[in-house]
Every structure is written in C-alpha cells, then in structure tokens.
Design a protein. Sequence first.
Length: 67
Amino acid sequence: MTGDVVNLRQVRKQKTRAEKDRQAEQNRVSFGRTKAEKSLTRARNEKAEQHLDQSKRVPRDGSETSD
C-alpha cells in the first residue's frame, strides 16, 4: 500500500494563495473603477451641484439664508 507524499507546507501555501486570490477578486468587484468612471462621476456631481446653486431662491430683502 503506497500513498503519495504530500508536503504540508506547500499545501498550506497553496490554500493561502487561493484565499488571497478570492479576496482580491472580491475587492476588484467592490472597489475597482477605472479613472474614466471616477472622472465621469465627479463631473456629474459637480454639474448637479452647480445646477442646485443656480436654482437657489434668495429672499426679497436680499439677504441669503445660511443652511
């Protein structure tokens, strides 16, 4: 009866690498956005903020209210 000799150190390293790869893939899905996507989001947010600022109503006495 002969069995294969297994180096436990190598098996542990393989298991650790597989876990790190799984975590890296999950992080890429969660946090990965291209520079273009980030720029587009930033530009849209700035445009929306400018639109809101332009649409503010000012009281008749000319004083602005502090939010």
